[in-house]
Ligand binder design. Sequence first.
Ligand code: NAD
Length: 328
Amino acid sequence: MNVIAYAARAYESDAFDRFAEELGISLTRVPQNLSLDNAHLAKGFECVTILSACDASAPVLEILAAGGTRFVAARTAGYNNIDAPAARRLGIRFSNADYSPNSVADFAVMLILMSIRKAKTIIARNNAQDYTIVGAQGREMRNLTIGIVGTGRIGAATAKNLSGFDACLIGYDVVPNPALKDLVTYVPFDELLAESDVISLHAPLTAGTRHLINADTIKKMKDGVIVVNCARGELIDTEALIEAIEEKKVSAAALDVLENERGIFHADHRDEILKHRQLAILRAFPNVVVTTHNAFFTDQAVCDMVEVGLRSLASFVRTGASPWEIKS
Ligand code: NAD
């Protein structure tokens, strides 16, 4: 079987070699993200695999469908870059990848710890040979209530990680996770906003979660709340967050994802003037840590992403179905 892999990264190379051989796949690798400019390369490929930086909007899917594509396997957990109604209209089926949730969950805990222990301030002072400690006093996890929004695979792994710190864990999800009944107390969303010292976002980006964190929901939060986002940038109205940080309503934020990050994160822009003012403002705040969509990036997760992407396509070709297919 033939597969075209867009956004084939160098760090995926070993895993691509290994699983393509194991599954008998002849693989065409395109290092660039799928886009209007290169969608024609998929002509004749029934099976396509992509990452979340790829453009799988309706116009791109139309080119894929015209070229014979029938299944797109995202090698990522999030698949909001795939225009699902357009894909269904065009007869393109698609799947996502349930790779190691611990990759992101561990990172979320790191960001929570960095925020509550003022790591950015400590490191910045050290870099300037300022070894004073006043102003860098932190807080202890066991004294905090941590609100987890979205308790699926990553939210649940985050909760399990955090349970080792004896924090009080509350959660909100449209579908509560029964596996967390001894770890997390589910509360209505507004109660989570009002009770949490730290809010960690792990919900997918959908029409219902876009700007879930906005000026109104921030008003309902505790003064001094910390916001951590390892999900998707669009879950937060970034302008409202910046205002809340300026007003000291939000005492710290840690963001692995940011609105309009596509084209900026995962590339070297060191000699450029970047057109992303919100990124510049957030990076300048001493109490905001910005990481560049790094949370997934572990050896285990990369291997899993490639394996699941290729297995999903192999299963579709051999059986007509994929266990990872997104149907709803
Ligand atoms: P999942 O599908 O296992 O869990 C998502 C959970 O969110 C589900 O339990 C779902 O019911 C819940 N949810 C849906 N709508 C909600 C709402 N309105 N309010 C509260 N909860 C809601 O997905 P996952 O594997 O845990 O991944 C979660 C998200 O994390 C992905 O969609 C992706 O956007 C993001 N992600 C980010 C990175 C990164 O590197 N930063 C890596 C992987 C995934």
